[in-house]
Design a protein around this ligand. Sequence first.
Ligand code: CO
Length: 462
Amino acid sequence: MTQQVKITDTILRDAHQSQIATRMTTEQMLPVLETLDHAGFESLEVWGGATFDSCLRYLNEDPWERLRTIRKHVKNTKLQMLLRGQNLLGYKHYSDDVVDAFIQKSIENGIDVIRCFDALNDLRNLKQSVDSINKYGGHAQMTICYTISDIHTDEYYVELVKEMEKMGAHSICVKDMAGILTPARASTLIKALKEVTKLPIHVHTHATSGIAEMTYLKAVEAGADVIDTANSSFAGGTSQPSTEAMVIVLRELGYQVDVSLEDCQEVSEYFKGVKESFIESGVFNPKVLETDPNTLIYQVPGGMISNLLSQLKDAKQLDKFEQVLAEVPKVREEMGYPPLVTPLSQMVGTQAVMNVLSGERYKLIPNEIKDYVKGYYGKSPGPISEEVRQKVIGNDTDVITVRPADLLKPSLEQFEIESKAFATSMEDVLSYALFPQIATPFLKKKKDPFYDIPEQNVTIII
Ligand code: CO
């Protein structure tokens, strides 16, 4: 029987998040939504990640309204979002009742598939999400954050997937946010996972280091069911490989791919025009299309390398770059090999910079690293070095071993009280709970169009 390969297109989320800092507006998406719906994708990734934040912060859009609008035009294809487990779309743990309400509303407003991940692959941080997704009839796609270390073996990931299946996952995603999954490793990893689960396996990578198409081919050969690609208009570089290219190549190799190339071309013709406007305004920086083998050489995500460079530049210590780069894997090992994904990538990077610039390792320690060592982010994948633990928190006994959210009291009601004056729906309350600083003025303005106009102007209008 011909092996079928399905495609999730990321043009409406990860592609523009990776290439133009999530600045595409709903209006710019509208003209091709029916075509995307018709193209035959397994799902369309449209929400979550940074889209919610970007709508409120930069685009003056209600993210919930965006979701409802897309749902109105995409009637048949599943809509997918990316969720940071207990952190939802933010950077801290939320109490279980907020997680539950957020997932309920996401599904009610049109989401079918929720891809949820935890930066540490601590499954306790995904439990409430999975339970709520199942409770409200959504599709729970549980995610492995792929990283490389002595402890992140194929067997390690196999054990994670077995647990995920028990927890109620409907599918599994291997998420390679840094673009470091090589073709050879994709092959052994996907084969190993296929041996222990019948759940569909999705693979997500980025084209940053120039190997993504090869990785997808090997993953598909090993039995991956779905790959994430981006319409060619915003493909390649920091984004995903091009949908059209993968469809053509896979078909020629004998795989069945039920995606309409004509529809993809129509979408790409349209979005090329949109991209042109982002090039003109300077939002699209051609650097995002560069191939960066450093990611593979140092096993450090591209975004982290540029962060380190800018920290060193600010400190006028650019000559210490090689030293800092050598310090990163040391700190990471001492911290129990956390995957270098937000927020751990920033935390490990900052600690490495401090270790080098202060001239003494762990002389200066950011609070986030202290909290991490105390267990407030979850369980580290490997053991934290005892010597470093002493240096970071001394004999502080305030170390937790429970799920961090177990320490949080229900807080939805408090958010409702705080936002009472301007929130008109539970969706508004949740926007406020996630991003209080930016959601407050946005919601006040939505309720009263004259909200931020200085008073004397209002008088003139009257
Ligand atoms: Co991604």
